[in-house]
Each structure stands twice: as C-alpha cells, then as structure tokens.
Design a protein around this ligand. Structure first.
Ligand code: URA
Length: 192
C-alpha cells in the first residue's frame, strides 16, 4: 500500500480521464490526513480549480460557517471531493470521470480510516452510502458501512440556492456534533 504522500503525488499528475486536459490543478484535499472525520464533496468548481483547495468559493465560506457552528476547523478534519478535477462549466461529473477517479478516494479512505464520513450533497452520498440515496429523505441519518459511520448533509451550494433547508441542516449538524463527542477521541471542538 502506498503512503499518503505517494498517493497525493500520483493523483496530482493523474491523466486517467479527459478532465486532466481542462483542469488548472488537481484538488487532492485539505486538512489533517490523520483526522477522524472526513468530509466529501462532489467536484472542484472554478475557485477550487484555481486555488487547488476544496470549498473555497461562496459555498466554502458557508461550509466553514457550518463547521464553526459545531466547533470544527479545517485543520482538525479532512475535506476532499469524490472527483478531484473540475468538470468544465461546473457540469455534473460523468460516470467515466467518476470511475477514473474512484480509486483515489477509496485509497484516501483506506489510509485515513476515518470514524465518520460526512457526504456533502447527493452525488457524494450516492457514491459513498448507496447508489439510490435520497438526500431530501435521508440527510442527517447515520449509516454504518463496515464500521465507518456515514451521513449526508445538503450540499452548501444547495443551501445557498434554497436557504429554507438551513434549519434542517442545523439539526443534522447537531447530530453530527453529538456523534463526534460520542465516538471521536482526537477531534477537538473549538468555539470562538
Ligand atoms: N463543490 C464541491 O462539491 N466541492 C468543492 O470543492 C467546491 C464546490
């Protein structure tokens, strides 16, 4: 099995799908690779492609606010996407692109062995939890997959589009916070 750094180097020079031709840079992830909690979004957007970091645009600011509400900071978790390169015009990633990229996320999860995986949005939940995952019905619920707890939140971009979903998301975040307090031992919750 390769190390985290080897995996990262391999990913940064990946040419397994057509997205390598249009990307500015690969967005591998940010945070602590030894964290107990892993957040997984869909794919980088324009800002992420330019800066090389996940969730740095408007949605990223909202994600940071959501994390802050429950005492989480980027350096105490890890954040990545199921597809590491930006699909042009922010279209949904194609199946061929998801297939080409799946191994990187699998290997990240295998190396990290997180206690909790939080899927941001439907696409990520369909990739990680269940192919027919229904985000509007199943957000906030925990699913045990081979000893790893997984849950999905509405994607920050969906919350920006429809702020009426924010109160339910706040409830989901409180459940997540409780679960972290229950099962994580190395995840500080810091309130400023
Ligand atoms: N949306 C995502 O799913 N991931 C990002 O990194 C940015 C926006």
């Amino acid at each position: 099995m390769s190390t985290w750094d080897e995996l990262k180097q391999e990913c940064l020079s990946c040419q397994a799908c057509e997205l390598c031709k249009t990307r500015t840079q690969v967005v591998f992830g940010v945070g602590n690779p030894e964290a107990e909690v892993l957040f997984i979004g869909e794919a980088p957007g324009k800002n992420e492609d330019e800066q090389g970091e996940p969730f740095v645009g408007r949605g990223g600011k909202l994600l940071d606010d959501m994390l802050a509400m429950i005492g989480l900071q980027r350096e105490n978790i890890y954040i990545t996407n199921s597809v590491k390169c930006r699909p042009p015009e922010n279209r949904d990633p194609l199946n061929t692109e998801k297939d080409a990229c799946r191994g990187y996320l699998r290997r990240q999860v295998k190396l990290m062995r997180p206690k909790i995986i939080v899927c941001l949005g439907r696409i990520s939940a369909m990739e990680l939890i269940r192919e027919d995952f229904k985000i509007s019905q199943e957000h906030g619920q925990f699913f045990d997959k081979n000893g790893t707890l997984m849950m999905a939140l509405y994607h920050p971009a969906a919350l920006l589009r429809d702020p009426r979903k924010k109160p339910e998301t706040f409830e989901d975040l409180k459940q997540l916070q409780m679960k972290i307090q229950e099962i994580c031992t190395r995840t500080p919750l810091i309130f400023e």
